[in-house]
Design a protein around this ligand. Structure first.
Ligand SMILES: [Cu+2]
Length: 106
């Protein structure tokens, strides 16, 4: 292997290791679907204050500020919208927040 090729090989290995770390962050973690209503939005801080329903083992019903991972949702979201998000144990970030048109209570 030439020195140059070896350098490329190392760079590719480092990149793929970082990718794996991000992907595996929630590996083996318990996951839930979180339901709540937006009280206020802070797009600059990538966070929302959500009046959330109880999620057993994750968070009791309360209004609090959550970090949000998918920033594209800030283009459409507004106070009063009902949302769903994916959440994971030991992490209070809301993942893949989506706006839901009707709150289904089953
Ligand atoms: Cu809380």
């Amino acid at each position: 292997m030439t020195r140059r090729l070896f350098g490329v090989f190392i760079a590719a290995s480092v990149l793929s290791a970082q990718d794996k770390t991000t992907k595996d962050k929630h590996a083996g973690k318990k996951t839930w679907t979180f339901h709540g209503k937006i009280e206020s939005i802070n797009a600059a801080e990538k966070s929302m204050s959500i009046n959330g329903e109880n999620v057993d083992g994750w968070m009791a019903a309360m209004t609090m500020i959550y970090p949000v991972d998918n920033t594209d949702v800030f283009k459409a979201a507004k106070a009063g919208d009902n949302i769903e998000a994916t959440v994971y144990a030991d992490d209070y970030t809301l993942y893949n927040v989506r706006i839901v048109k009707t709150q289904s209570k089953k």
